[in-house]
Design a protein around this ligand. Sequence first.
Ligand SMILES: Cc1ncc(COP(=O)(O)O)c(C=O)c1O
Length: 392
Amino acid sequence: MISALMSNYGNPDLEFERGQGTWLYTPAGERYLDFTTGIAVNCLGHCHPHLVQALQEQATRIWHSSNLFRIPQTERLAQRLVDNTFADRVFFSNSGTEAVEAGFKMMRRYHYSRGESQRVRIISLSSSFHGRTLAPIAACKNPVHIEGFLTGDPGFDQVPFGDIDALRAAITPETAGVILEPIQGEGGIRLTPFDYLSQVRELCDEQGILLMYDEVQSGVGRSGYLYAYMASGVVPDLLASAKGLGGGFPIGACLSSERVAAPMVAGTHGSTFGGNPLATAVGNAVLDVILAPGFLAEAMAGAAQLRAGLAELINEYPGVISEQTGLGYMIGLKCSISNADFIYALKDEHMLVVKAGGNSVRLLPPLNVTAEEIAHALAIVRTACARLATAR
Ligand SMILES: Cc1ncc(COP(=O)(O)O)c(C=O)c1O
């Protein structure tokens, strides 16, 4: 049957009618182990009772009012993000790309407010991914994403990942700031070296430009830290968050230092749905769980179990998988065979993972995946590796 949906997502074959924890169920009742979590979204698995309760309770009170009015749970979520990060202020959006867009606008507005309105250009790193609206695709310069969509010079420059000299050389009197992912996601789970982050921070300070992190994928506990930058201790001026922040309910946030937020006076930016009461009620519920003492430590013990098992499999089947990357539960597996073949082999065994750049796959389990589920996942990866190794 031809779907009325646009074809931009291809033709997915699987359909799920419900999810519970780490499992997804098809209408026929078959279950799949979900290590995609909606691409790093369902950070607490499907239908976590605390999140369901928060959403149901909020749904009986008020769904939407508008930013014309105060929204207490939105103010509370902003305050909790401020209390637990570098940030002083938060702007809420509905998605990751909008959080990035907000950050780009804020970078420009910051310099404008200081009389440096020529500082509009933003530098990104190669293989980065920052979203699909016009400014993020212009920033990332991925030929597949920009073809037929851009006109003129939208004001973005790009330098090779991890090359500090190239970054220094790219900064001009028109540069407003730099955006990077502390752990690249779509590009192939790639940890940005901590010493490079420090050098970028120093360079930005020296040049009077801003540093923005995109933690849309790496944020909200996935790395073992609330935000992955905390592993390095190198603090940004701006940070885009989304995905896991709503645990499956759409939300985005642009976190900012006071000096960068100050020029964003009334009327400078906005969103009808950004900071919607349903979204922030769920966002608060997510933080209740993630910030509970011991939660992330326990999650990272699970990540260590998974990573140790994967390391063994890499040793046993180097002709199928050759390396694991990332941090915490943001796991990349570089494939020696085609990553698509590896994904299909896992799918045949009812385990779901996501493709990433560099011929790798992403394993993005919920942060509360159980030890038994990890053991089950490792058994599936072993079966798939054994099958693919003999097929070669
Ligand atoms: C690092 C990063 N930034 C931005 C985005 C865009 O987020 P959204 O799809 O919610 O607009 C993504 C989505 O995958 C992402 O991984």
